[in-house]
Design a protein around this ligand. Structure first.
Ligand code: NAP
Length: 254
C-alpha cells in the first residue's frame, strides 16, 4: 500500500487502536497528525516517530469540542495542503452501569465524545475532502452498534448512532468522491478492555485476554479500508469478527 505523502488525521491517538494506527501509517510514509487530550503522550509518540524519520505531529484535541476539532483539521490542511484519511477513533466506555444506576451527566459526556466527537470529525473533514475531490473517513464502530449489552446503554446507543452517521455521510458525499466507512474491530487488547474486564458486568468482561486481537491488526484493517477492494463496504460497518473480513484484510484467522 502506498501512503507516501498522504495526510492522515487520527483522533484518540494517545494509546490503543489510535496509537497503533498512527505508528502504522507513519511506517507507510504518511504525514500523521495525532490527536487526543493527553498532550504529553501524543507529543512523546510524535517525537519518537519523527526521530525515526517519519512526519508526525501531535495536536491536543478534545473531540467533544467542535472548535478544537476544527482547529485539528485546519492545522493538518494548512501544513500539508490536503487531508486524505480521517480516522474518527476517539471513544470511551466508562462509566459502565445499568440504566437505573447511571449518572445522567456522565452518560451525556459519553454522547459528547463517542457520538458528537465523530460528528465533529465528519463536519470538518468533509469540506476539506470535497474541496480536493476525494478522501476516506473511517469511523471506529463496534459490534455494540447492533447488539444490546448490559451496562453499556451509553456505548451501544452512541455506536448505533455512529453507524447511522456513517450511512448518512456516505449517502450525502459519495457523489463528491468521498469514501465513508465504519470499522467494527471485534475485541481489541487495549485499556478499554481492561476497563470492561474490571466492570465484571456482562459476558464481554468475562472473556479471556487471549480472545482480544492486537491493536496493530486494526491499524492494518484501516489501511485496507482506504483501498478500492473495500468499496463494497462503503456506508456500512466492516467487521473484523468474521473470517471473511479477516481474510480480506490479510489477517490471521483465529
Ligand atoms: P483506549 O485504549 O481507551 O483509547 C481511547 C483513546 O480515545 C485514547 O487515545 C483517548 O485519549 C481518546 N479519547 C478519549 N476521550 C477523548 C476525547 N474527549 N477527545 C479526544 N480523544 C479522546 O481504547 P481503544 O480500545 O483504543 O478504543 C479506540 C476506539 O475503538 C473507540 O472508539 C472504541 O469504542 C473502539 N472499539 C474498541 C474496542 C476494544 O475492544 N478495545 C472494540 C470495539 C471498538 P485521551 O484520554 O488522551 O484523550
Amino acid at each position: 500500500m502506498e501512503f507516501k505523502n498522504k495526510v492522515v488525521v487520527i483522533t484518540g491517538a494517545s494509546r490503543g487502536i489510535g496509537e497503533a494506527t498512527a505508528r502504522h501509517f507513519a511506517s507507510l510514509g504518511a504525514h500523521v497528525f495525532l490527536a487526543a487530550r493527553s498532550a504529553g503522550r501524543i507529543g512523546e509518540i510524535a517525537t519518537a516517530l519523527s526521530s525515526q524519520g517519519a512526519s508526525a505531529h501531535a495536536i491536543a484535541c478534545d473531540v467533544s469540542d467542535p472548535a478544537q476539532v476544527s482547529r485539528l483539521v485546519s492545522t493538518a490542511t494548512d501544513k500539508t495542503g490536503r487531508l486524505d484519511l480521517m480516522v474518527n477513533n476517539a471513544g470511551v466506555i466508562d462509566p459502565i452501569a445499568r440504566l437505573a444506576d447511571s449518572d445522567p451527566l456522565e452518560w451525556a459526556r459519553v454522547v459528547d465524545i463517542n457520538l458528537k466527537g465523530v460528528y465533529h470529525g465528519l463536519r470538518y473533514a468533509i469540506p476539506a475532502m470535497v474541496a480536493q475531490g476525494g478522501g476516506t473517513i473511517v469511523n471506529i464502530s463496534s459490534g455494540a452498534a447492533t447488539s444490546a449489552l448490559e451496562g453499556w446503554s451509553h456505548y451501544c446507543a452512541t455506536k448505533a448512532a455512529v453507524l447511522s452517521l456513517t450511512r448518512v455521510a456516505d449517502r450525502e458525499y459519495r457523489g463528491d468522491g468521498l469514501r465513508v466507512i465504519g470499522l467494527s474491530p471485534g475485541t481489541v487488547a487495549t485499556r478499554m478492555q481492561e476497563q470492561i474486564r474490571a466492570s465484571g458486568i456482562n459476558p464481554v468482561s468475562q472473556l479471556d485476554w487471549s480472545a482480544h486481537i492486537p491493536a496493530e491488526w486494526v491499524a492494518q484493517a484501516i489501511a485496507w479500508l482506504t483501498t478500492e477492494e473495500a468499496d463494497p463496504h462503503l456506508g456500512s460497518d466492516f467487521s473484523l469478527k468474521s473470517s471473511e473480513g479477516r481474510r480480506a484484510v490479510g489477517l490471521p484467522q483465529i
